[in-house]
Design a protein around this ligand. Sequence first.
Ligand code: BGC
Length: 518
Amino acid sequence: MAGGGFVNPAGGGDYPGKLTSFVLLTCIVAATGGLIFGYDIGISGGVTSMDSFLLKFFPSVYHKEQANKDTNQYCKFDSPLLTLFTSSLYLAALVASFFASTVTRVFGRKISMLFGGITFLAGAAINGAARDIAMLIIGRILLGVGVGFANQSVPLYLSEMAPAKFRGMLNIGFQLMITIGIFVASLVNYGTAKISGGWGWRVSLAGAAVPALIITVGSLFLPDTPNSLIDRGKDEEAREMLRKVRGTEDIHAEFQDLVAASVQSRSVQHPWVNIMQAKYRPQLTMAVLIPFFQQLTGINVIMFYAPVLFKTIGFGDNASLASAVITGLVNVFATVVSIYYADRAGRRKLFLEGGTQMLICQILVGTLIWKVFGVSGVGTVNKSTAIIIVFLICVYVSGFAWSWGPLGWLVPSEIFPLEIRSAGQAINVSVNMFFTFVIAQVFLSMLCHLKFGLFYFFGGWVVIMTTFIYFFLPETKNVPIEEMVHVWKKHWFWSKFVGDAAAPANGGDLELKKTAQV
Ligand code: BGC
C-alpha cells in the first residue's frame, strides 16, 4: 500500500469562525518577515557581480576574472572566496534559529519577529556603510541572525493564527513575500549596477533596511497567537484573542483543544530531548527531509546565479539581467497559484505535480546545454535555443513556486504538536539554511565539474523527493493544527511510531477519514 491521503471530511476547520479582516491583516503584516529573506537572496548575486564592489573587497577575485580567458564556459565564474560572502549569512541564520527557538517558545512569536527585524536593520546599515571586509562580515552575520529569527517565528505565527481551512493560503503569504523580496532586489540591482561612481552596491546593500523596517514596525503592532498566549499562562488574553481572530463568540471547542495542547506542552521540560522520542519520528523526519529536499531541487542555483547562469550559456550582460528579472516575476505569480490550491487540491497534489514539472524541465535543459557545449564547454547558443532554455527555466521555477517553495515552509510549520513546535521549526530552518549555504558555496564548482550533468544531478534528487512525498507525506490540508497527530496515526507507515498515547486526551473527536490514494 502506498501513500497516505487523509482529509477532514468536514471539508474545513472543525471549529466555528471565519476569515476575519483582523486575521487577514495580522497575517499580511507577519508575512512581510519573508521580505528580508527574499531581499537578501535576490541582492547578493547582483552585488557580487559589480566590478566596483569586487575591486574594493575582493580585488584578487576581480583580477582573476579579468585575466580569465578560459573558453570553457562551465568554469568561467568559479570562485569560492566570493561565494563565501553570499553563503556566510546562512551559517549565521542556522545558528540563530536555535536561539530563536527558545525566544519564540518562552517570550512568544512576536518578540522573535521584532528581534529579527531589528538585527536585520543593523546589518543593513553596517553593510551599506562598509569600509572594510570586517564591516562587511559583521553586517552579514547580523543579517543572518535576522533571517534566522524571522524564518523561525513567522511560519509558526501564520500557521497558528490561521483558521485550519485557510492555513495554507495565509501561511503561503510568507513565501509570497520571499518571492517579492527576491524580485524587488533584482530590480534594485539592475538600477544600482548602472550608477557611475562605483557606489551602487552600497544602495543595494543598504536597501535591505526597507524590508527590515517594515517587519520591525509591523511586529510592534502584531498580537501574539492564542496558542502561544495559553502556553505562556495568559489564558484570558488568549480567549479574547481567539474571539477576535475567529470573529465569533463560539470559540469554546477550539479554546479547550488549545488548552489541552498547552497542558501537554507544559509537561515537556526539554523539547530538544523530547523531539527525539519515537512518537515524534514522523514530524522529525519531515523537519529534516523537507528543507533538505527543498534545497536539492536546485532552485537557488537559479535564484542566486541566474545572471551568471545566463551569461554562461552565452547571453550578454543586459539579456542576463533581464532574464533574471523574468524568472523573478514568474516566481511571484506562480506562488499565487499555490495560495489558491494549497487548501483546495491539498499539499500532496501540489508536491507531486510540481516535482514532475521540475524534473521534465531539468532533463530538457541539461540535454540542450549538453547538445550546445558538449563535455568541453566550448560552443555558442543560438537565439532560438536560448529562448527555449529561458522558457524551460521559467516552467521549472513555476513548478517550484507552487510546490516545494511554499510547502517547504508550510508543511513543517503545521505538523508539530505545540510542545515541540518551536524546536521542530528551528530544525527546519537550520537544515534549510545549511543546505542553502552548501548549494550557494559549491554550485559554481559543481557547474565546472559536473557541467550539463548538474541539471541531471538535481533532477535525480527531484525523483527521490517526489517518491518520498508519494509514500510518506499524509495530506494535512484543512486539519486543525492541534489535531494533526491523528493524521500520522492513520498513516500506513507512521502509525507504527505514533501510538494512542501520543494523542491529546480530547483529541479523539475529530473524525479523520482515509480517502482514496492521490
Ligand atoms: C526557499 C529559498 C528560495 C526561495 C525561492 C524559498 O522557499 O527557502 O531558498 O530561494 O524559496 O523563491
